[in-house]
Design a protein around this ligand. Structure first.
Ligand code: FES
Length: 130
């Protein structure tokens, strides 16, 4: 298989992604589209005491989007939501030992969908509190 420009880690996450799927009754849900290519990403989180205890994603994106989402879900499991909000697409790409420059836009989907899911969780939490 051609692996031009992709690190070994990207290929591993693309071929064997972690945390694919959905979470029923999730505490936060984020959906974003990529303006560059039109691909879509959905992210679901389960949160306890502001810690992400479970996370799943579903995407209609390319291999890089799958690899970056898989990576980001592994990175944030067990993390406080405020720390997870600070994760950028560059952090994810670094963790994967880099992405080819023309595929960097793909990693936006993973980071943005995660941020949207956390914001959704925070909105719901605010509504619940008196
Ligand atoms: Fe669309 Fe990568 S080409 S997410």
């Amino acid at each position: 298989m051609a692996q031009i420009g992709y690190s070994k880690k990207v290929m591993e996450h693309f071929l064997n992604p972690s945390n694919v799927g959905t979470i029923e009754n999730s505490d936060g849900y984020g959906k974003v589209g990529n303006p560059v290519c039109g691909d879509l990403m959905e992210m679901y989180i389960k949160v306890k005491d502001d810690i992400i205890i479970d996370i799943k994603f579903k995407t209609f994106g390319c291999g890089s989007a799958i690899a970056t989402s898989s990576m980001v879900t592994e990175m944030v499991k067990g993390m406080h939501i405020d720390d997870a909000l600070k994760i950028t697409r560059d952090d994810v790409a670094d963790e994967l030992d880099g992405l080819p420059p023309r595929k960097m836009h793909c990693s936006n989907l993973a980071a943005d969908a995660l941020h949207e899911a956390i914001k959704d969780y925070k909105r719901k939490k605010e509504k619940k509190s008196p």
